[in-house]
Design a protein around this ligand. Sequence first.
Ligand code: ATP
Ligand code: MG
Length: 330
Amino acid sequence: MPGYAIEAMNLTKIYMGRVRAVDGVSFKVGRGELFSLLGPNGAGKTTTIKMLSTLLKPTSGDALVEGYSVVRDPGRVRRVIGLVPQDLTADDEMTGWENVYIQARLYGLSGVEARRRTRELLEEFGLLDAAHRRVATYSGGMRRRLEIAMSLVHEPSVLFLDEPTLGLDVQSRRSLWRHIEELKRKGVTILLTTHYMEEAEKLSDRVAIMHRGRIVAVGSPEELKSRIQGDTVYIEPVDPADVQAIVKALQSAGFKASLAGGVVSVPVERAEEVLPAIARAVNGFKVKSMSIAKPTLEEVFIRLTGERLAGGEEAVDTFRFRRMLRSIRR
Ligand SMILES: Nc1ncnc2c1ncn2[C@@H]1O[C@H](COP(=O)(O)OP(=O)(O)OP(=O)(O)O)[C@@H](O)[C@H]1O
Ligand SMILES: [Mg+2]
């Protein structure tokens, strides 16, 4: 048994001889670990997953999945992995039951085994009640759950989830997170991609931040955030006219205070330790609110790349657009 579930070694994909979608990516994922690729649109997340799941041959480099090379031994890799691609794969015209059952038969389960496994999976993902409805009638969240169920028919030890909660509302997203956490508890190694930083932060043991085909940082959410030095304290006075005087008062108390969008912003190392001193410095003013901002993965990304991660709105539109395209193609 090799030491890692996934080992990417200088994975590179150049499309059409010029688009460097993935540019020398290396990382290791331990058994049972949940590892996220976090990055904006076009960072190379899907291309990386496609290479790791043998759908796409690397231009150069290689990866081992459960010890098998994706270049030399793709058949073996396929037997141990499950994949939920970014583009929807369940058949709209069939029922949830039929989708899972057919998948199970494709993976070589006998009729009896396939029926047992289908029932088990639909139950696990809360879809038994909807089992005999056409997938076209499912909500976005149900559909995602179905697709994960489909990817698990052969009990893979490594699961790839490409943007599993793209376009879902907050509630469906939370429900899906619980299912993903449950799979992790069962020992499945999970590699997921996302451009939602809360998602990466909530689920991941470790995160790789991707930008323009490269990994610019890897670590646990805590490690990555600790790279940003310090917190920010925000102070909002009752009377907006006081802001300048508050900035001056803080500066004479030795703080690097400045004005930020109508509130006073004070960068500090650890907010908890200096809060009393800040309170003393602004003692003469009526303060409406004082708040502490801790570093986020979004801020880490901004510091590393000078760009922002894509916003949620855009993601919803992309999802709706893909669905629309699918329905037109039929
Ligand atoms: N088949 C293809 N031919 C040419 N270029 C491609 C192809 N697929 C992807 N690309 C390009 O490769 C880069 C990486 O794309 P990829 O889909 O891997 O990014 P991503 O991180 O998954 O983005 P998203 O968040 O939008 O899903 C992009 O510049 C994209 O336009
Ligand atoms: Mg993608």
